[in-house]
Design a protein around this ligand. Structure first.
Ligand code: PGA
Length: 266
């Protein structure tokens, strides 16, 4: 069965004391027995300290919000996947729409970043998603297909098996307007179909596809109840422990009550 995941993307928020307090609270309120994989993506300077804090816990991973497309060397201000790995980071968010927009990251560049992550055994969380104009023009499927084809689908099947995909419609990020469960499921189903076409059924069934964009504890149960939604990439709501843990609990509950029969091999 594919992994169910709730990831918190803190973006450029919280000072050090608040960040450490937030991790403490998440640790206290969550349980290692839960099946949902929790991932926390704090700002870079806190990664090493939080990794230490999380060491005793098996079901919480730590992710960076970005990594360099270069291996090492004279790239002032950049952080390589190898450096991240060396401090115990598990995963890295690649191609978030804010990186695509504000830092003009192209699919070609993101493809390099995915390669660097995989070379260093970091799990890439590869983001895709359309703008509101794309959707109004009926181009959402085309845009997502291009982002996946250009940034990800050159991977071998073996490499692809380490990738987590996050569908994040740009119009839903930080706006308070989430995609409806029907809209999310429609796109996730489409992404899984693309995976079937490129990598076959088993790989497609094993790949976790997260939804991101204004996920809250209120809308999480409905979104996570969708057959092809395997969890969430949570921004604003991940900055409050209780709210974030409630979202994780919604994923736990969705797994217990899933009406869908287990896939082949479960
Ligand atoms: P949001 O952000 O939950 O605040 O909409 C999601 C994201 O950008 O990953």
């Amino acid at each position: 069965m594919r992994k169910k995941i709730v990831a918190g993307n803190w973006k450029m928020n919280l000072d050090y004391a608040r960040a450490m307090a937030l991790v403490d609270a998440v640790l206290q309120q969550s349980d290692d027995a839960w099946k949902t994989q929790i991932i926390i993506a704090p700002p870079f300077p806190y990664l090493a300290a939080i990794e230490l804090q999380l060491r005793l816990r098996t079901n919480i991973f730590i992710a960076a919000q970005n990594c360099s497309d270069h291996k090492e060397g004279a790239y002032t201000g950049e952080t390589s996947a190898a450096i991240l790995k060396s401090i115990g980071v598990d995963a890295v968010i690649i191609g978030h729409s804010e990186r695509r927009k504000y830092f003009r990251e192209s699919d070609d560049l993101l493809e390099q970043k995915v390669d660097r992550a995989l070379e260093n055994f970091l799990l890439p969380i590869y983001c895709c998603g359309e703008t509101i104009d794309d959707r109004n023009d009926g181009k959402q499927f085309e845009v997502v297909k291009d982002q996946l084809t250009n940034g990800l689908f050159n991977l071998t099947a073996k490499d692809m098996s380490a990738v987590i995909i996050a569908y994040e419609p740009v119009w839903a990020i930080g706006t308070g307007v989430n995609a409806t469960a029907a809209q999310a499921e429609e796109m996730h189903q489409y992404i899984r179909k693309l995976l079937v076409e490129k990598y076959g059924n088993d790989m497609a069934e094993a790949t976790s596809i997260l939804y991101g964009g204004s996920v809250t504890s209120k809308n999480a149960p409905e979104l996570f109840g969708c057959k092809n939604v395997d969890g969430g990439l949570v921004g604003g709501a991940s900055l409050k422990a209780e709210e974030f843990v409630s979202i994780v609990k919604a994923m736990e509950a969705a797994q217990r009550t899933s009406p869908y029969p287990p896939s082949k091999g479960e």
